[in-house]
Design a binder for this molecule. Structure first.
Ligand SMILES: [Zn+2]
Ligand SMILES: [Zn+2]
Length: 234
């Protein structure tokens, strides 16, 4: 366990260092690319954009995906559709220790967050502490930190915690995903969130189940919460 943890940290550290030492080729097309951005400008610009707010609740139930007026407090904006190029970026940020990518990605997130209402706080979807130790960092936390800086809104750390570890969601259907994360999140300090406009950040939205559980915890704490993700994996 300690061994794995040490390797995870080393990989996290080495990822950014290697990125600046080795010559960089865009993994999308092989052209020269900036280490701070991974993809070349052309591949980045070619990733399809999402032009509407997703409803985390309807997505989690496998129903209508957008244009939902029935579930306030469940809106999630996504910057990109999760295509091959987007998946390379997310994978590098999440598993290859490329933490330096977060700064550039924050501008993709900032682009899709509506200017009103003005946000008071930026939060990240938390990882369970065991997984965070393994990886050495929370990729959603990196994005939240960078986004907070980009839009000039304070980042609040540790306000939401994952009270139990959940199984990886990738192979679960929507109903199983909802059951998997139901009650997984707890707001630690509701006084700091009550009545505030809160923006919740994650790297990818898939069925919306994680966003749904986390946004509902924030809503119960009296926050007016909305989500933003880098990519929507349909
Ligand atoms: Zn390219
Ligand atoms: Zn809905």
């Amino acid at each position: 366990m300690m061994h794995e943890r040490g390797l995870g940290r080393l990989a996290a550290w080495a990822g950014d260092v290697a990125a600046f030492v080795l010559p960089q080729r865009c993994p999308g097309c092989g052209a020269a690319a900036s280490p701070a951005r991974l993809l070349c400008d052309g591949c980045r610009a070619a990733i399809p954009r999402v032009s509407f707010a997703l409803c985390a609740r309807c997505l989690a139930r496998g129903q209508a995906r957008s244009g939902c007026k029935a579930h306030p407090g469940h809106a999630v904006w996504a910057a990109w559709l999760y295509d091959e190029r987007a998946s390379r970026v997310v994978h590098a940020l999440k598993y290859q220790g490329r933490r330096g990518l977060a700064a550039g990605l924050a501008f993709e997130l900032a682009r899709v967050v509506p200017p009103a209402p003005r946000m008071d706080l930026v939060l990240a979807v938390p990882l369970h502490s065991a997984r965070r130790r393994e990886r050495g960092y929370n990729q959603a936390g990196l994005l939240a930190e960078a986004l907070a800086g980009a839009i000039g809104v304070p980042r609040l750390e540790g306000a939401v915690e994952r009270v139990r570890d959940t199984r990886p969601q990738a192979r679960l259907d929507p109903r199983a995903r909802r059951a998997n994360v139901a009650g997984a999140f707890r707001v630690k300090d509701p006084d700091r969130l009550e009545g505030r406009n809160v923006l919740l950040v994650d790297d990818v939205i898939t069925t919306g189940a994680t966003f749904e559980a986390c946004l509902e915890a924030l809503g119960r704490a009296g926050a007016r919460a909305a989500g933003v993700a880098l990519a929507w994996a349909q």
